[in-house]
Design a protein around this ligand. Structure first.
Ligand code: HEM
Ligand SMILES: *[C@@H]1O[C@H](CO)[C@@H](O)[C@H](O)[C@H]1NC(C)=O
Ligand SMILES: *[C@@H]1O[C@H](CO)[C@@H](O)[C@H](O)[C@H]1NC(C)=O
Ligand SMILES: *[C@@H]1O[C@H](CO)[C@@H](O)[C@H](O)[C@H]1NC(C)=O
Ligand SMILES: *[C@@H]1O[C@H](CO)[C@@H](O)[C@H](O)[C@H]1NC(C)=O
Ligand SMILES: *[C@@H]1O[C@H](CO)[C@@H](O)[C@H](O)[C@H]1NC(C)=O
Length: 392
């Protein structure tokens, strides 16, 4: 064996002996789904912290250059984590988020406001929803992708965590990512990317706008019904899918471009060249200025009403899509919140105790405080306390 390989193997062996100790419970790994025994050991190995306070709105909330000299583009190194979200990947590649892809909720909220001018309530809602299911409530850290820096490098304990985790936040019928049923559920898929470009060219004249969002969302829904026997399109994924369809024309268009009619998309939309920069390279276009005002995902309901589909799932075979009336939907918004706590979170944390229980309760309060209200819907959701009242 050549010496180069010998030394590689020697260092891997050394790394793996450290791994058992140092990486057995990476501090950013989710604790969801662990047995009581595993949970006890994990919590003992971690440095507990209080959840950070949710950041307030931006003080200076206008457009500005965010691809500046303080935030150069650097591709991720081999141990830096990237995941299914082109927005967060881009922020990490520019150092608006920690470049290793591991961040606190407060860092994520600050970064999406600073880099993309996401409105503070939206930023908090999305972040806490993702954090309680995919993050580590003891250490207040979340991986924006895989569960461990060593996934695919060395064996690791079978623990969930990170935004790649399927079925709790990440889900099916993504615009540019494959359904988990087909394998890699978080990388940009070339066929789906070509489909995005084809739709932008054919229906948007080279730009992604509301019309393209409506048709491409419909296309992805019907594709998954026809191809994925395990297609699941219930809440929370049901909502995030429609929301994500609006993100490109809301957040990826330069803030100096005049707002289009009705505020639905800016100018003509997101040009394919600039979309390529975000989706393919996870990089701001050269000289990118963030949106001109704090922005919410405008047009979600319009994307839905163009081709309405009830929440539901395939029944183990393709083309067996069956509505699920218990899922959150556009006419029963609070069920999104109730089921998220009662079903999704309960499965991950059936019986948390101590600091874990306290920190979950605190994060759930932050989530509840930032529940959005859908246009035309006046329901006020009742706050649930599966882990008791948070301390005041
Ligand atoms: C606020 C915190 C955020 C979190 C926790 C988050 C998380 C995620 C996750 C988990 C997905 C994958 C969903 C799936 O495909 O199953 C996703 C998709 C996406 N995110 Fe984010 N995101 C955040 C903010 C943003 C922002 C600010 C932008 C835009 C600037 C953005 C743009 C997108 C887009 C366009 C997709 C769809 C990708 C596709 O389906 O091809 N996200 N995000
Ligand atoms: C943006 O900042 C201005 C000036 O401080 C403030 O009046 C306005 O309410 C802010 N807009 C939003 C949407 O927060
Ligand atoms: C999603 O992708 C990640 C990374 O490849 C993988 O570990 C995980 O098992 C996938 N989820 C499912 C349900 O296939
Ligand atoms: C999107 O762009 C196409 C092509 O320019 C145009 O026909 C369509 O009206 C646009 N949609 C919206 C909502 O502006
Ligand atoms: C692409 O992005 C740059 C930087 O944000 C912007 O100046 C330019 O107008 C965009 N190009 C198109 C065709 O929208
Ligand atoms: C959630 O679960 C609790 C406990 O099982 C139950 O009492 C409550 O009715 C459920 N709430 C909703 C809104 O589903």
């Amino acid at each position: 064996m050549r010496p180069r390989y010998q030394s590689l193997i020697a260092s891997l062996a050394l790394l793996s002996s450290f791994t058992d100790i140092a990486f057995a419970f990476p501090p950013y790994q989710s604790l969801g789904g662990l047995s009581e025994h595993e949970l006890r050991n994990a919590v003992r190995a971690l440095d507990p912290t209080l959840p950070g306070i949710p950041p307030g709105p931006l003080k200076n909330n206008g457009t500005k250059l965010v691809y500046d000299w303080l935030h150069p583009f650097l591709p991720p190194g081999p141990l830096d984590i990237r995941g299914p979200c082109p927005g967060l990947n881009t922020l990490a590649n520019h150092g608006h988020l920690p470049r290793n892809g591991i961040a606190t909720p407060a860092q994520i909220i600050n970064a999406v406001m600073e880099g993309f001018n996401m409105e503070v309530g939206t930023a908090r809602f999305v972040t806490y929803a993702a954090f309680v299911v995919d993050g580590n409530p003891i250490t207040d850290l979340l991986s924006i992708g895989r569960k461990s820096i060593l996934t695919g490098v060395l064996p690791e304990p079978a623990i969930v965590g990170g935004l790649n985790t399927h079925g709790v936040f990440e889900g099916d019928a993504s615009t540019t990512r494959l359904d988990a049923y087909f394998g890699d559920n978080f990388s940009l898929n070339d066929d789906l990317w070509n489909q995005y470009i084809e739709y932008s060219n054919r229906l948007g004249d080279g730009y992604y706008n509301l019309t393209v969002a409506q048709e491409l969302r419909h296309r992805r829904n019907t594709q998954s019904i026809a191809e994925n026997p395990e297609f699941d399109f219930t809440s929370p994924r049901y909502f995030t899918a429609f929301a994500e369809s609006t993100f490109p024309y809301v957040f990826f268009i330069d803030g100096r471009v005049p707002i289009g009619p009705g505020g639905l998309g800016v100018g003509r939309g997101l040009h394919v060249s600039n979309a390529t920069s975000f989706f393919k390279d996870n990089r701001f276009p050269k000289d990118f200025w963030r949106p001109p005002t704090p922005s919410v995902p405008t047009g979600i309901v319009q994307v839905f009403t163009a081709h309405p589909i009830p929440p539901g799932r395939n029944q183990g075979a393709v083309n067996t899509y069956t509505p699920d009336p218990t899922s959150g939907s556009f006419t029963n918004f609070c069920a999104l919140y109730y089921n998220f706590l009662n079903i999704t979170l309960n499965r991950l944390y059936p019986n948390p105790t101590g600091i874990l229980r306290r920190n979950l309760a605190i994060n759930l309060r932050y989530l509840y405080e930032n529940l959005p209200s859908l246009p035309g819907q006046t329901d006020t959701c009742t706050e649930l306390f599966p882990y008791g009242q948070p301390p005041v």
